[in-house]
Design a binder for this molecule. Structure first.
Ligand code: SF4
Ligand code: SF4
Length: 381
């Protein structure tokens, strides 16, 4: 562990405004949690007054409600429907355009994105989701256009989860509730005995430089203890868990299990789970021209394994049943992903459970398959 990482500071709650302003002064566009359309979403932050002060949420399968917490905390909510992937892997990206000219046509590359962005309030599970998308988009021989530039211009302020949501299961996925890497600064918000402050950990030279501009002090043992206790309480309050032991083998074994049909009977194949998921990355590539034929464009747009056309190959879809699509989604996340990228494709954020209109719960579906597998084993002994 470096000297820098051992350095734990305390920033009083009023100091958060200085942190936001210091980022703006350094030329960052600050993006963070804001209340919009009845949910905590991610958008531009100009002052701490934009943050969801005094709001928390109640999340259950197929249900999300914002409620007043009665406290003056900034980050007392669990993740909402947005994820940071909208900034790094945008829902729509123009890959190139071409214009007709005297020589035939000219291809115009899209402008490179060089704007510096600071992400404020990144949860530990979301740091892991960013790391997974890094592997997907930059870990192989072909780099996703623009991703590397967007990624390298980020400053990340993580915020540890002191109050997990009802659908969270990061503890069992070992992705939270405490951030361990992938951030410039990591905050733990403490409101105890009338005192409101942040315990701050430094994760990079940029984080250290920013922190030196803020009114902080070195954390004492009681403040470090308060942050550690908050993490213990959060782990104990986790809404769900997913047992990942032998999960790849379990899912491969259950490929033809009739249980997939019982999920399909409830699933609308709406694709909400893939849209809200911070690791899902599939896109469709669409070409178009203007009516005069002078200009053509190629766009990449988020797609979902729940649409029938997603698996369209030479005259037909190869996954034309909802059963095949749900099985593909879950088996990719928890089995094929390990073969492709060496990691699971799920970080336990719980969004797919909360935002599923049918309340389908990935942790319950794995449990159901595991229970069936166990009982079949017992019967065959
Ligand atoms: S599992 Fe839920 S969110 Fe996903 S496609 Fe089916 S109904 Fe929609
Ligand atoms: S599969 Fe569900 S719980 Fe896992 S990362 Fe995606 S949205 Fe979160």
């Amino acid at each position: 562990m470096t000297k820098r990482q051992e350095n734990i500071a305390v920033l009083e709650s009023e100091g958060l405004g200085y942190l936001v302003q210091a980022l703006i002064d350094k030329g960052y566009e600050v993006l963070g949690p804001r209340i919009k359309d009845g949910a905590v979403t991610y958008d531009q932050i100009e002052t701490v007054r934009d943050l969801p002060i005094g709001w928390t949420d109640r999340q259950e399968p197929g249900s999300y409600r914002l409620v007043k917490s009665g406290k003056k905390t900034y980050f007392d909510y669990a993740v909402g429907p947005h994820s940071w992937k909208k900034y790094l892997h945008p829902p729509e990206t123009r890959l190139w355009e071409a214009r007709r000219d005297e020589q035939g046509f000219t291809v115009i590359e899209p402008e490179r994105e060089t704007a510096k962005k600071a992400l404020l309030g990144v949860r530990p599970c979301e740091l892991q989701a960013l790391a997974i998308q890094d592997t997907v988009f930059t870990g192989g021989p072909y780099l996703a256009p623009g991703y590397q530039e967007r990624r390298s211009n980020l400053f990340i302020v993580a915020v540890n989860c002191v109050r997990p949501g009802g659908t969270c299961f990061c503890a069992s996925m070992k992705t939270g509730p405490k951030a361990t890497s992938g951030f410039d600064l990591a905050l733990t918000e403490i409101l105890e005995s009338g005192r409101h402050y942040f315990v701050v950990e430094v994760g990079s030279a940029s984080g250290e430089e920013l922190l030196s501009d803020l009114p902080t002090k070195v954390a004492d043992d009681a403040e470090k203890e308060a942050a550690a206790k908050a993490m213990e309480r959060a782990t104990a309050k986790m809404g769900r868990e997913l047992d990942t032991k032998g999960i790849r083998e379990l899912l491969y074994k259950c490929f033809d299990d009739p249980h997939w049909q019982t999920v399909a009977d409830r699933c609308f194949s709406c694709g909400n789970c893939t849209m809200v998921c911070p690791t899902c990355f599939c896109v469709n590539v669409e070409d178009g021209t203007d009516l005069s034929g002078q200009q053509a464009e190629r766009w990449s747009r988020w797609d979902s394994c729940f649409t029938r056309d997603f698996s369209y190959i030479h005259g037909g879809s190869i996954r034309f049943t909802v059963k095949a699509r749900y099985r593909q989604w879950m088996t990719h996340k928890l089995a094929y992903w390990l073969d492709q990228f060496g990691t699971l494709g799920c970080v336990g954020c719980g969004r797919c459970i909360t935002w599923c209109p049918a309340g389908i719960d990935i942790t319950e579906e794995v449990r159901a398959l595991r229970d069936k597998e166990q009982s079949e084993k017992v019967q065959s002994v």
